[in-house]
Write a protein that binds this ligand. Structure first.
Ligand code: HAM
Length: 412
């Protein structure tokens, strides 16, 4: 039998309903903050992620789905959205339109990771990217959006962990400190980290193999290498978050698995499971990918991880969503006509395109649990009326066919 690829999922029925519901919720929520929707291609040139996310990151080094198309172009299914949005920002000269541009997206991403609970090879990210603001209020706004959205969904025990990597100068000093620290400890690192020591020592700190290695735990912390400007920026972000009652804790080990971050980095977890959300500021990426100097900040949340938490909380039950069920008892043509006219008037209406017995149609009613059941049999059609049953009170009345829309308008 043909099967879906490992690490992918089918969404249908309840899971399809929950997925769509969450994305609708996100869309409405983002309107409040005046963020514009952005959609970029599912694949990009491989070069973009090598330069954007970083060649020595696990994501680019081990996890991308790379392929050549028939024109011998090197392409990659996007493992994340930030690099793509930056590419679009530069290519479409969006920077020339407004001083500040704010985007949100909901998009599939692809990473060849070992599948486990909450970790897939195809997954969906909801995220935001803001360009053109170097204000610490923008870092706070972005963190606040992620926190409030998750909190409003009812997710408990949210923990916002933040750290700062500082500006270019601070990062340089920190890199030197790491090189010095690991100099006589290289043998205690995994093979990949021994390579990372030469290419990108910061990446050693988010190694999945060496995670519990004491040498890593005792490594120098970024915040002790922040210069005055970076320190002030971090203090400002923390003060704004506190003033606005967004609970957070400082995690000096947080460096994130992508190369582009400067200053603020953050993650949101619930009950210490996998991160639901990760993000931060990236003031150099637009320039590094060929654009002007434009500061930026953003985050991405894993949709599947949010859905899983909501499911574990039993919060994702598919509710009653059918307004009217028409029992097709005599003539499908008449039923189809009524169905469309009720739908045109804005009622969520269902029926069966086969004329069936009363008994089997009541089974359908049980399945759909509508607010109203309309019986459309021979008598109703010939008499030009409908028998309407309130599915809660079980009371029935007869109404003129031509008054049906008005009747339901008054009752919904
Ligand atoms: P990231 O931490 O790699 O950051 O991914 C963001 C979120 O995507 C994670 O917190 C997690 O919820 C979800 N995620 C990642 N990998 C998987 C997976 N294999 N299966 C299921 N969910 C997953 C980024 O991607 C950055 N682009 C975030 C960002 C935006 N930074 C600035 N702007």
């Amino acid at each position: 039998m043909l099967q879906k690829p490992k690490g992918t999922q089918d969404f249908y029925g309840e899971s399809g309903y929950n997925y769509l519901n969450l994305t609708k919720y996100i869309e409405n929520f983002m309107e409040l903050y005046n963020y514009e929707y952005i959609k970029t291609p599912m694949f990009e040139s491989s070069e973009l992620f090598k330069r954007g996310v970083g060649e020595s990151t696990d994501i680019v080094n081990k996890e991308t789905y790379d392929f050549k198309d028939k024109g011998e172009r090197n392409l990659t299914l996007k493992p994340e959205e930030t690099a793509s949005v930056v590419r679009a920002f530069i290519e479409n000269k969006i920077y020339a339109e407004n001083e500040v541009s704010k985007f949100f997206y909901i998009t599939p991403c692809f990473r060849y990771e070992r599948p486990q609970s909450g970790r897939f090879r195809e997954f969906n990210q909801y995220g935001v990217e803001v360009f053109g603001s170097d204000s610490p209020y923008m870092d706070a706004e972005v963190i606040l959006i992620a926190y409030k959205l998750l909190n409003n969904l009812g997710i408990k025990n949210l923990k916002v962990k933040i750290n700062s990597l500082g500006n270019e100068e601070s990062r340089k000093k920190y890199r030197e400190a790491l090189v010095e620290y690991f100099k006589d400890k290289i043998d205690s690192l995994c093979e990949t980290c021994q390579e990372r020591y030469k290419t990108n020592p910061l990446r050693i700190l988010d190694c999945k193999v060496d995670q519990n290695n004491e040498v890593l735990k005792n490594a120098p912390k970024t915040i002790f290498y922040l210069d005055e400007e970076s320190n002030k920026f971090f203090e400002d972000v923390k003060n704004i978050l506190s003033f606005n009652e967004i609970p957070f804790e400082i995690d000096t080990n947080l460096v994130r698995g992508l190369d582009y971050y400067t200053h603020t980095v953050f993650e949101i977890v619930s009950d210490d499971s996998l991160a639901i959300c990760g993000g931060g500021r990236y003031n150099n990426l637009v320039k590094e990918l060929g654009g002007p100097v434009v500061p930026a900040v953003g985050f991405a949340c894993g949709i599947e991880r949010i859905l899983k938490i909501l499911k574990d909380m039993d919060k994702d039950k598919k509710g009653n969503k059918i307004d009217i069920y028409i029992m097709n008892l005599f003539d499908t043509n008449e039923t189809f006509n009524l169905l469309n006219s009720l739908r045109d008037s804005g009622f969520i209406t269902e029926t069966d395109f086969k004329v069936k017995s009363m008994k089997s149609l009541w089974k359908q009613v049980e399945k759909y649990n509508p607010n109203y059941v309309v019986m459309l049999g021979e008598d109703e059609i010939k008499g030009g009326y409908l028998t309407v049953k309130d599915n809660l009170t079980k009371e029935s009345i007869q109404i003129e066919r031509e008054n049906a829309e008005e009747y339901f308008d008054m009752n919904f």
